[in-house]
Design a protein around this ligand. Structure first.
Ligand SMILES: Nc1ncnc2c1ncn2[C@@H]1O[C@H](COP(=O)(O)OP(=O)(O)OP(=O)(O)O)[C@@H](O)[C@H]1O
Ligand SMILES: [Mg+2]
Length: 1079
């Protein structure tokens, strides 16, 4: 449920000055002070917000606060600037009424801050979206840019706006911002060339020098040191709490967001630099022959640099500083300038340059932020303009500013009264005439076309002949003397002739907010705002496009001999436009007040505040507001607030709210004069009536609080009692349950005991019976078993006798054999084929099997052994086997050959180059090559011969020459004969009739006889076309020598001469070979 609150809740002092009772200046200020001390810086006068500058950050601008004030009625919460902003925004959005927010107050009172708060509140509550956010951001970011160029530190405010600003924010029908338009008023350009003590020039100069990079400064031909520039005051260059360097970055960033191009930013900075350079140009007098003084530039370096920055020819500008051309009709007259005039021209140029740059910035920002659509806009204007200024020394600027404030006051009165009147009409309340001071008369004094002060000033400025401030004052004295609000020492009005507070060179105006004394000095000059034409023409000649743009009057093609409009005239015109603009809008006022002169928090200076209250016309404001009815409130909230004061309306009123309020008022016996019933609101004439209602409400609230307390306490006690009662029932129920449970458990355990006894007895009885039965069954079973046993044994005996013997025998044999084989497995001998061991047989009856198994095992392991042989090894063994088969136990030489490997080619005939020829003459592979002895048939002596065995045959060759002596193909060999002895003799016998047999058989001797014969035998066997070669082993055989057959006989003899074997031809028929007996 939404809680209805009111401004009247928890008020400190009164939140609305209209309710101040009694109303006096003292009570007004006391109320302000009281609220200020309690951090309540906002107070209302009706719908006007008074804002006191707290000079410190208060936690009242948080997003939560924005939410709190969003969509709430103005008087629903304690006074706040957000309430005003919300009210304005909602009437703009919902009721389609254009709004303006007028913020006034003296310098440092917080106008600019207030305008920013209003803008940020509206930005926070209005629509969101990418496009809308961009517009918001651009609008908000225009502030830092304008503040850098238009604000300066003054003695009154470290961030004082030196221009008036009016900004129209445009919204679409949904209330989303579309864009804005900014208007600026009267920049205080004199500050560019001179600043009062303790004040600074515009922020941008300091920001540029402290914040720009070295590179930028170099490009702009500037030095970081402030003291190098005449236009910058030094005594307060650095301001506490103001970070110029950081602000420079903020401003550059803001310019970028607003939409300035990079080259535009550079141009602007160049102009700022040019102004600084301009200030450094100094002049010295130079006497001419005609006796006049002429000015000369002291040091041309700054001039040169400035010209370079702006792209102006130095000579052109130099001339502009030295001469002045006056054109009248067709005539041109050139006069030289003296030093004072040159300085005047310089400063005028600086001021114009800067103020025009400022106006250009505003135009450029407007270009960026203007609404993009042409659809109808709703507008909210925010006016942050200088407040009334009353200094000791007031000049033209104060005059203009105060004129502006007069106009604002007038519009305020007009609009407030009009609104008041409109509300009365709307509500059907009789209109009572309100007495108030109308300042139209003062406005007329200033702005009247014929005899207004401004008109006269213009007239004076445009008049030919010598014009001075004195002539102007004289004119005023003659024309305005009779005016009620004009005072002057020299006026005919005798009243002031002796008034020493009014000097002769001054005039005084009684403004609505007090009297202000103006010094006439400077009025004419400032109004003229004269810039020599030569200067504008020089500027126009610049190559810098922005400069050219700023001085369009310098264009020689558009020479205008008419004087430009005066400053006063321009200001009057722009104020006129502003007023017309404001009149079409619904006004909302924020009146800013400065609590002290020290820029300090917590200090409230009565006199200063009083002064401001006066000149802001706040008392006037309250009086106007109270002239009719001091307080008004819609019927619903009024009934809601006071319904407890009447039994008939409390707690609920069923009928219409108005009737409820009528019943309420009647019941409370409020005198009929004190209030009126409007259509939707009740109007209360006197704050006292309201306060008495409030007092009664407070009382009633206390009674109600007591009642609520009483009922609440009763309710609490009853609830407590009921709780106790309920608890008691619960406790007793639980106890009963517990007791019953215990009893039940006892009975249950007793029952269980009895039950268990009974069951035990029954069980034992049963057990006895079962045991008896079991014993009977066991006895029967035993008897039956014995009987069956007897029968079975009897049958078995019969059966056993018939079969069992054979079965036992078979089984036993089987067991023995099994055991035997398993035993063999574990005792089997090694796998070497030469191993002779074999386990002993276990039973004699296994003799045959045992021997057979031994053989099988041996064969098997030999096979295993053989299977490991390579092909070469197999061939070797084959030969060895063959040799064994041929010679074993037949020839005594054999055993010695067993251990010798058969190499075959002992002469390495293929490799040895000596036998190359021999090798090539043999056409088959050589199987054996060795040196043998060929036994001479005649004497039995041996001759060395090479013996070659190939697959095809046998070749004998000379050992030395390798020449083939004989070649015997294998088929021609009939047999080979050898002895049984230990000798190497062998005879190759040829087949009779073969080609080789012509010379007869060969008797040869070799140590490797066994190998030769074996290989010969094997080769002969493998040759496809030959049968196996016969080998005779006997100690006597015949050899065919030519045509004779000779018997070779081997006999055993004693060893002689180391070589044991000797061969001798005994006779034609016998060749005896003696072989030594082997030991
Ligand atoms: N609501 C506020 N909360 C905190 N500080 C504030 C508030 N309003 C103003 N100030 C402080 O007061 C200083 C002056 O305020 P501001 O610049 O708004 O004055 P002004 O009325 O615009 O003055 P001028 O006429 O010289 O421009 C601010 O810089 C800020 O320090
Ligand atoms: Mg300001």
């Amino acid at each position: 449920m939404e809680v209805k609150t009111s401004l009247l809740d928890n008020m400190i002092g009164v939140g609305d000055m209209v309710l101040l009772e009694p109303l006096s200046e003292d009570s007004f200020i006391e109320n302000l002070r009281n609220r200020f001390d309690h951090n309540e810086i906002y107070t209302y006068i009706g719908s006007v917000v008074i804002s006191m500058n707290p000079y410190r950050a208060l936690p009242i601008y948080t997003p939560e606060k924005v939410e709190e004030y969003r969509n709430r009625n103005f008087y629903e919460l304690s006074p706040h600037i957000y309430a005003l902003a919300d009210e304005a925004y909602r009437s703009l959005r919902d009721q389609d009424k254009d709004q303006c927010i007028l913020i006034t107050g003296e310098s440092g009172a917080g106008k600019t801050e207030a305008s920013k708060l209003v803008m940020s509140y509206v930005a926070a509550v209005c629509g969101k979206g990418q496009e809308v956010n961009k517009v918001k951001e651009q609008l908000l970011q225009s502030n830092p840019v304008l503040e850098a160029f238009g604000n300066a530190k003054t003695v009154r405010n470290d961030n004082s706006s030196r221009f008036g600003k009016y900004m129209d924010i445009e919204f679409d029908f949904k209330g989303d911002p579309l864009g804005g338009v900014i208007s600026n008023y009267l920049l205080e350009k004199s500050r560019v060339v001179k600043q009062p003590r303790g004040e600074r020039n515009f922020h941008v100069f300091y920001q540029l020098l402290s914040g720009a990079s070295d590179d930028t400064l170099k490009k702009l031909k500037l030095d970081r040191d402030f003291s190098k520039y005449n236009y910058l005051s030094l005594d307060s260059a650095a301001v506490i709490g103001l970070d110029d360097a950081a602000n420079f970055r903020t401003v550059k960033n803001a310019m970028q967001i607003v939409g300035f191009m990079e080259d535009e930013v550079q141009s602007v900075l160049q102009l700022v630099a040019a102004v600084l350079k301009l200030g450094n140009i100094e002049f010295k007098p130079e006497s001419r022959s005609n006796g006049t003084d002429e000015s000369r530039i002291k040091d041309k370096n700054d001039l040169k640099e400035m010209c370079e920055l702006l792209g102006i020819e130095q000579s052109v500008l130099e001339r502009a500083f030295s001469y002045r051309t006056v054109e009248a009709k067709q005539e041109k007259v050139s006069t030289t300038l003296n030093v004072a005039q040159a300085y005047y021209a310089r400063d005028a140029l600086a001021k114009n340059l800067y103020s025009r740059l400022f106006s250009w910035l505003v135009t450029r920002i407007n270009e960026s932020i203007k609404a993009q659509t042409k659809a109808r806009h709703k507008v909210m204007g925010v006016l942050d303009i200088y407040g009334f200024e009353i200094f000791e020394d007031n000049s033209f600027e104060q005059f203009i500013i105060n004129y502006c404030n007069e106009k604002l006051q007038q519009i305020f009165i007009e609009l407030t009264l009009r609104e008041e009147q409109e509300e009365y009409v709307r509500e059907g309340i009789e209109w009572t005439n309100i007495e108030y001071f109308n300042n139209a008369i003062i406005c007329d004094l200033i702005e009247n076309h014929q005899n207004g002060i401004l008109a006269m000033l213009d007239e004076e400025c445009l008049r030919p002949g010598t014009v001075t401030d004195e002539t102007f004052l004289d004119k005023l004295n003659t024309i305005c003397a009779g005016h009620k609000h004009f005072e002057s020492r020299q006026s005919k009005n005798s009243k002031f002739l002796t008034d020493h507070s009014l000097p002769h060179n001054c005039f005084r105006i009684q403004h609505y907010a007090g009297k202000v004394l103006y010094r006439a000095e400077g009025f004419v000059d400032k109004n003229n705002d004269l810039l020599y034409r030569d200067m504008s023409q020089a500027m126009y000649k610049a190559k810098h496009s922005l400069i050219k743009q700023l001085f369009p009057e310098g264009n020689p093609a558009k020479v205008n001999l008419k004087r430009p409009p005066t400053a006063g005239f321009q200001f009057k015109a722009s104020v006129g436009t502003l007023m017309r603009n404001l009149q079409t809008k619904n006004p909302n006022y924020i009146r800013c007040i400065k609590p002290n002169d020290k820029k300090a928090s917590h200090i409230f200076t009565d006199t200063l505040v009083c002064h401001q209250v006066r000149y802001l016309g706040l008392m006037e404001n309250v009086r106007v507001r109270r002239a009719g009815y001091a307080f008004r409130q819609a019927y619903e909230p009024c009934l809601e607030r006071y319904k407890m004061l009447c039994k008939r309306t409390w707690p609920h009123w069923k009928g219409p709210a108005r009737e409820g309020v009528e019943v309420l008022m009647a019941d409370l016996q409020v005198p009929a004069d004190d209030f009126s019933y409007g259509r939707s609101k009740i109007f209360i004439r006197n704050p006292r009536t309201l306060f008495s209602l409030e007092e009664r409400r407070r009382q009633c609230l206390q009674d109600l609080a007591t009642l609520i307390q009483k009922i609440y306490r009763g309710h609490k006690c009853r609830s407590h009692f009921l709780l106790l009662k309920k608890s008691q029932i619960v406790v007793s129920a639980w106890y009963r349950r517990y007791a019953q449970e215990k009893k039940y458990q006892k009975i249950k355990s007793a029952t269980t005991v009895v039950q268990s006894y009974t069951r035990g007895w029954q069980a034992r009885k049963l057990l006895r019976e079962l045991k008896y039965q079991k014993r009977c069954e066991e006895a029967v079973t035993t008897i039956a078993a014995f009987w069956h046993g007897t029968q079975v044994r009897r049958d078995y005996r019969k059966f056993f006798r018939a079969n069992a013997g054979k079965k036992i025998y078979d089984f036993t044999i089987q067991r023995i054999m099994q055991k035997y084989f398993l035993g063999l497995k574990s005792t089997s001998p090694p796998m070497s084929p030469v191993d002779k061991s074999w386990p002993a047989r276990p039973y004699r009856f296994l003799d045959g099997v045992h021997a057979e198994l031994r053989k099988i095992f041996h064969h098997w392991r030999c096979k295993k052994y053989r299977s490991q042989f390579t092909e070469e090894k197999k061939a070797v063994y084959k030969e060895k086997l063959e040799a064994s088969e041929i010679f074993k136990d037949k020839k005594a030489l054999y055993p010695s050959s067993v251990s010798q490997p058969f190499k075959g080619d002992y002469l390495e005939i293929t490799k040895n180059p000596k036998y190359q020829k021999l090798n090539s003459s043999v056409d088959a592979k050589v199987l054996l090559a060795d040196v043998v002895n060929k036994i001479n048939r005649a004497n039995g002596k041996g001759t060395a011969r090479i013996f070659l065995l190939t697959k095809k045959g046998v070749v004998l060759a000379d050992q030395k020459t390798g020449q083939v002596k004989a070649s015997v193909p294998l088929p021609d060999l009939a047999s080979v004969s050898v002895s049984t002895q230990n000798d190497g003799f062998f005879a190759l016998k040829l087949k009779e009739g073969s080609a080789s047999a012509i010379k007869g058989d060969f008797l040869l001797s070799s140590e490797r006889l066994i190998e030769i014969i074996t290989k010969l035998h094997l080769t002969g066997a493998t040759a496809a076309d030959s049968e196996r070669l016969n080998i005779d082993i006997s100690d006597e055989f015949l050899v065919q020598f030519n045509h004779d057959k000779v018997c070779v006989k081997f006999i055993q003899g004693a060893a002689r001469n180391g070589n044991g074997v000797s061969c001798k031809r005994k006779n034609n028929r016998l060749l005896e070979v003696s072989v030594p007996t082997t030991a």
